[in-house]
Design a protein around this ligand. Structure first.
Ligand code: ASP
Length: 403
């Protein structure tokens, strides 16, 4: 790890810790630094659309032979599905053992949460893959259509005659974007300090949470810790990376994920850390990470399953094994459908609740702590993407050598 990166990683960690302390000791007045955090967040978000376009396009052209794209794509997909399924299973097991919802009685206070009114169906998720206007999607930062467009664009580029010249240009533009990210990273310690300080000051005392919500939070955080601390490192063992070193290389991205609660806003740093610090080859990273930031959300999937069961328990609804399998499937899908933005998972939760006929008002039970859990799950989402890049790199390159 370069000394500069080392220095920055430490400064970012100090920024986050000071942010917590400032919120704790100074309290509400710290909300006034929120705009500095927003400024940092906007700088990151500004990079996301061009970065996704250039990194996916140049990732595809690195892969070159379209048949190998199929291989990398299949492998990436298998990794995403497998890890997401495991993480939902961990969540389901924990919530069935701990039963956090039994501590509250079904108290639908009638307050129907705005988000819950929004009808979301599975067909909506599938439709959201394609946009009728890519410029409009870019303006709205709708990542799925941008990914599909970039994949098609990159694939087409490898088949046209003058493609080679354009390929070089795109790879230069991608490097340029990463350079801009490096500049923004210099501001990360201050930006992260402000984001953490303002948000925690606004939320007030976490200790004031009720017992059941506290136990619900512990269930989610424990599940995320098991997935991030045991399961994902086991996957990482398949790559040639050393677990602790890899973790430290990508730690600035993880802290940023925690501070921003957005996989998409973190993507610039994720790409930078994985390719520049952890030295994962571009052909894997440039494909796996941007796609992962949008569809691979292990943390979100786990949370959706735990939250749905928590709501069921709170309302005294016994869910059969079949219903839990439905939750397993819909939580996976809801995580894929959730955008990489703050609290997107809360919105797609509607799919899970509706699938097993749980009251949508149940969302109001978990609303108070969602902003905090969002940070933990986003960190695991990003950690899952970075591990995926290393695993896909290892498998594709080993099999290439064996050919
Ligand atoms: N905030 C999460 C992310 O960006 C999505 C969610 O679970 O709400 O990865």
């Amino acid at each position: 790890m370069s000394t500069n990166h080392n220095r920055l990683a430490i400064l970012i960690a100090i920024g986050a810790i000071c942010g917590f302390m400032a919120a704790y000791f100074i309290g509400k007045p710290m909300q006034s630094v929120g705009w500095i955090g927003d400024l940092f967040l906007n700088l990151l978000k500004m990079m996301v659309v061009p970065l996704v376009f250039f990194s996916i396009t140049s990732g595809i052209t690195y892969i070159g032979d379209i048949r190998r794209l199929g291989k990398t794509g299949t492998l990436t997909f298998v990794y995403y599905m497998l890890t997401t399924a495991i993480s939902v299973t961990v969540g389901l097991i924990l919530v069935n053992i701990i039963k956090p919802g039994k501590y509250i009685k079904g108290t639908a206070d009638g307050e129907i949460v705005e988000v819950a009114k929004k009808q979301i169906d599975i067909s909506d998720i599938i439709l959201s893959f394609i946009s009728d206007n890519i410029v409009d999607s870019m303006a709205k930062m709708e990542m799925l259509p941008i990914i599909i467009f970039s994949l098609l664009f990159g694939a087409a580029l490898t088949t046209v005659d003058v493609g080679k010249q354009v390929t070089n240009t795109i790879s230069t533009l991608n490097e340029t974007m990463l350079k801009m990210v490096m500049w923004v990273m210099e501001l990360a310690p201050i930006g992260i300090f402000a984001l953490v300080a303002a948000k925690f000051a606004e939320a007030g005392s976490i200790a004031a949470l009720t017992k059941s919500l506290g136990i619900y939070m512990i269930t989610v955080i424990l599940g995320l810790a098991i997935h991030g601390g045991i399961i994902l490192p086991l996957f990482l063992k398949f790559s040639s990376k050393k677990i602790l070193k890899y973790f430290s290389d990508v730690s600035p991205a993880l802290i940023t994920a925690f501070s921003t609660a957005s996989s998409s806003a973190t993507l610039p740093l994720t790409l930078e850390c994985v390719t520049k610090e952890a030295k994962v080859k571009q052909d894997s990273a440039l494909f796996v990470l941007p796609v992962g930031a949008t569809i691979n959300m292990d943390g979100t999937a786990l949370y959706e399953a735990v939250a749905a069961l928590f709501i069921a328990q709170a309302y005294g609804v016994e869910l059969s094994i079949t219903q839990q399998i439905v939750i397993f499937l819909t939580a996976t899908l809801a995580a894929i459908g959730a955008a990489g933005i703050p609290q997107a998972g809360l919105v797609t939760m509607v799919i899970v609740l509706k699938a097993v006929n749980l009251p949508l008002e149940g969302i109001s039970l978990i609303l108070a702590v969602d902003w905090l859990l969002d940070r933990f799950r986003t960190t695991i989402n990003v950690w899952g993407d970075t591990v995926g890049a290393a695993v896909v790199e290892k498998v594709t390159h080993t099999s290439k050598q064996n050919v």
